[in-house]
Design a protein around this ligand. Structure first.
Ligand SMILES: NC(=O)C1=CN([C@@H]2O[C@H](COP(=O)(O)OP(=O)(O)OC[C@H]3O[C@@H](n4cnc5c(N)ncnc54)[C@H](OP(=O)(O)O)[C@@H]3O)[C@@H](O)[C@H]2O)C=CC1
Ligand SMILES: Cc1cn([C@H]2C[C@H](O)[C@@H](COP(=O)(O)OP(=O)(O)O[C@H]3O[C@@H](C)C(=O)[C@@H](O)[C@H]3O)O2)c(=O)[nH]c1=O
Ligand SMILES: [Mg+2]
Length: 282
């Protein structure tokens, strides 16, 4: 049995579509309660666990860091501990926001981390708790996740285009938008490999080609056929409670070398997500 924490989120939804998984929502496992998360693993005795739940509200985390820390660090740590006890692999999703965003080069897995906001600090603490647990694990760092479900930048842009014909979007934050469907497929492949005895570790997986949020917005409006003018602005002109890293590029070569998994094609993924959204006549 593949046990998934998370049911309604972007990655959790795609995992349920693509894999034969048992997905636990907040009602079955609340990540603000680490002991309850560990107990459910001990109880169900799955063959592998994937954690696709997290506190992902980046700005709100600035005010709720203690809660975000329980959800993003204490609970994944407790889950990993329970997996170590059962001797089963644990797969977890982390973020580009563990990096400080300096430089232009794509980050490799061993680069120094230095999160710039509360969400990033809690996600980094989650990584550290998992590594300390003794569980055989994969920490898959990804970035800029989008899908037809849940809250994401694509859906925000489409919503804004209903009432606006011009938008200002930051152009100095650069990264790789990543379709949730590709993350789910990658996690399922990695879960198999881990069950077959792969060593695991920390890996980067994101979409290519790299672009800015402004570039991503332009691609969204172009593919969706919406006539919205996007003006690229520096981050300083779009103040938010949480500071975002400027350089979010993730180097995904290690995943290709060890597992033959290449970066996601976000432009193709965007086309599929837009089709799905139109077929739902949203
Ligand atoms: N979104 C992004 O751009 C990125 C995400 N990631 C990481 O990828 C992973 C998946 O993210 P994504 O699919 O986008 O997440 P979403 O924001 O789409 O969904 C978050 C999920 O976590 C659940 N959740 C939140 N709090 C709790 C709680 N206390 N107890 C139980 N469940 C809870 C939510 O359930 P509910 O519906 O009940 O609130 C929801 O299912 C996360 O680890 C995230 O940090 C990494 C990089 C980028
Ligand atoms: C709506 C809007 C946003 N922006 C900017 C703000 C921000 O810098 C950028 C993206 O906005 P978002 O709020 O979608 O970004 P954010 O919620 O920070 O997205 C992040 O979520 C977490 C969970 C991650 O792990 C990251 O990889 C990343 O995907 O666009 C504009 O410049 N103009 C706009 O009109
Ligand atoms: Mg957001």
């Amino acid at each position: 049995m593949i046990l998934v924490f998370g049911k309604t989120g972007q990655v959790a939804t795609e995992l349920q579509r693509q894999g034969h998984v048992t997905a636990l929502g907040r009602d079955a496992a609340d990540l603000s309660d680490p002991q309850a998360c560990a107990a459910v693993i001990a109880d169900l005795k799955p063959s592998v666990v994937i954690n696709a739940a997290a506190y992902t509200a980046v700005d709100k985390a600035e005010e709720e860091e203690a809660l975000a820390q329980r959800i993003n660090a204490a609970s994944p740590g407790a889950m990993a501990g329970a997996c170590a006890h059962l001797d089963i692999p644990f797969l977890h999703v982390s973020t580009d926001y563990v990096f400080d965003g300096t430089g232009q080069r794509a980050w490799i897995e061993t680069d120094p981390v230095a999160p710039q906001n509360a969400y990033g600090r809690t996600k980094l603490a989650g990584e550290e708790a998992i590594r300390a647990s003794g569980a055989r694990h994969i920490i898959l760092r990804t970035a800029w996740v989008f899908s037809a479900h849940g809250a994401n930048f694509v859906k925000t842009m489409l919503r804004l285009s209903e009432t606006r014909d011009a938008l200002s979007v930051v152009e100095d934050q650069v990264g790789g938008p990543t379709p949730a469907a590709d993350i789910a497929a990658t996690l399922l492949t990695l879960a198999d490999a881990m069950c077959d005895g792969a060593t695991g570790g920390t890996y980067h997986y994101a979409g290519e080609p790299h672009t800015s949020w402004a570039g991503f917005a332009r691609a969204i409006f172009e593919q969706a056929g919406r006539d919205v003018t996007v003006t690229g602005i520096p981050s300083a002109e779009y103040p938010t409670p949480a500071t975002r890293p400027l350089n979010s590029r993730l180097d995904c070569a290690k995943l290709a070398t060890d597992f033959g998994i290449t970066p996601a094609d976000w432009q193709g993924g965007l086309s599929r997500v837009l089709k799905e959204l139109t077929s739902e006549t949203k």
